[in-house]
Design a binder for this molecule. Structure first.
Ligand SMILES: [Zn+2]
Length: 313
């Protein structure tokens, strides 16, 4: 066995690693690699690459018959003068076309092809994995955004419901406030009305007169009127009168000669008391009679026959 040249061995290493050398060449390379660290490193790096192939390229390892056919085709092409440009020293032994250095360029090419395909497949697979991961991440983001939107929508609906409730409460409060104000004004007005009534009745110039009751007046009913000479105001205090039945009213009339004027209707409270304050069209001195009748609601042209109280002034 001659000492092999490193360059020569390195050319054989791919085929050696793939187990494609004949026994002599394989033994030669093995011996050299055992002794030469540089070629050993080369062989190991190829072994590393070949070790990646099943993972990277799956079933790209060709079956033996395909390998043989491929080698035969490469050998046939290599017999062509144009392609066999590399001049090599003649070997003493006769070699089959499938063995030795013919195989090396083909194997290197195949290896490069396999490694390239594997790398491409690996790279494509890697890119597909990355895209799938990105897609999954995007899907997750989308889902979480949808959840957020749904939550925000729900929150907005809750806020809207609160707003509507608050608005309703505000409206109710406003209504209550308005009612309270109205009530207050009524109390103030009635207070001032009572005060006016009292001060009018108590005034020294006020004269009072009891009205006569007719047979139509309830027992114990009484009516007293208050007025001031030269003034239009008339105050009536009536006791013991029942509320008028539906469709009827107690109406106050002032008469001057033959003409009676309807002045207003008298409302009897639940305690059978009626207070009536009115300003007549003329001073009370101008009238000569006052009457309270029980009338139909809608007939105010003439006093009815149902006179309850009357007085001549
Ligand atoms: Zn070497």
């Amino acid at each position: 066995m001659t000492l092999s040249n490193c360059d020569e061995i390195i050319e054989l290493i791919p085929a050696f690693v793939l187990g494609a050398l004949d026994a002599d060449d394989a033994a030669r390379v093995a011996t050299h690699v055992a002794a030469c660290s540089r070629c050993r490193a080369e062989a190991e790096s190829f072994r590393d690459v070949v070790g990646l192939l099943p993972y990277a390229a799956g079933s790209l390892e060709p079956p033996p018959h395909v390998k043989r056919q491929l080698f035969a085709r490469i050998a046939a092409v290599s017999d062509h003068p144009v392609t066999s440009t590399v001049q090599r020293p003649q070997r003493s032994t006769v070699r089959s076309p499938l063995s030795g250095r013919w195989v090396v360029p083909a194997l290197a090419l195949m290896l490069a092809l396999i490694v390239g395909l594997g790398a491409a497949t690996f790279e494509a697979r890697g890119r597909a994995d990355a895209l799938a991961a990105e897609l999954a991440a995007n899907r997750q983001t989308l889902r979480s955004l949808e959840v957020q939107i749904a939550e925000m929508r729900q929150a907005a609906q809750a806020v809207e419901a609160q707003l509507i409730a608050a608005q309703r409460e505000l409206d109710e409060t406003r209504t209550q406030l308005a009612a309270s104000q109205r009530e207050l004004r009524e109390i103030q007005a009635s207070g001032s009305k009572d005060e006016q009534l009292v001060s009018f009745i108590a005034a020294p110039q006020t004269v009072s007169q009891l009205l006569e009751t007719t047979e139509r007046a309830p027992e114990k009913a009484s009516a007293r009127m208050f007025m001031q000479p030269g003034h239009n105001r008339l105050v009536l205090l009536i006791y013991g009168l029942k509320s008028a039945e539906p469709g009827k009213v107690y109406r106050l009339w002032l008469a001057k000669g033959n003409q009676a004027i309807a002045i207003g209707t008298v409302t009897v409270g639940p305690d059978s008391v009626a207070e009536f304050v009115v300003d007549a069209p003329e001073p009370m001195d101008a009238y000569d009679q006052v009457m309270i009748t029980l009338d139909e609601v809608d007939t105010a042209a003439q006093p009815s026959e149902e006179v309850i109280f009357e007085a001549n002034l």
